[in-house]
Design a protein around this ligand. Structure first.
Ligand code: ZN
Length: 109
């Protein structure tokens, strides 16, 4: 379960930036090709923030769609899942993006 180490990194980064100030909410962008389960991150977040300035804060997860280009018909589309197919039915897609995972926003309490 790599969500735990990812969440730990998010929490550590936020703690550094907050510098001891309580945090109200954190918004994280997760690309849909990251193979990270938002529900698992939410679960880990509660565990990881215990005893930190982030304890009790709200974690908001924004799923970022991936941009993909079909190698068959050359159409470009947005995909929410790496198992998606092109409109033409082809699965031969080239993705450019959707693998980002970053802290978008942090609100101090
Ligand atoms: Zn296509």
């Amino acid at each position: 379960m790599h969500e735990l180490s990812i969440t730990q990194q998010i929490v550590e980064t936020c703690c550094e930036v907050a510098g001891g100030t309580p945090v109200a909410s954190v918004t994280v962008e997760i690309g849909c090709l990251c193979a990270v389960l938002p529900s698992a991150v939410s679960f880990c977040y509660e565990v990881c923030t215990e005893g930190t300035p982030l304890e009790g804060s709200v974690l908001q997860i924004v799923s970022v769609p991936a941009r993909g280009r079909c190698r068959e018909c050359k159409a470009e589309s947005m995909f929410l899942d790496f198992r998606s197919l092109c409109r033409c039915g082809s699965a031969d897609l080239e993705f450019t993006g959707g693998d980002e995972l970053r802290i978008k926003e942090m609100e101090l309490a």
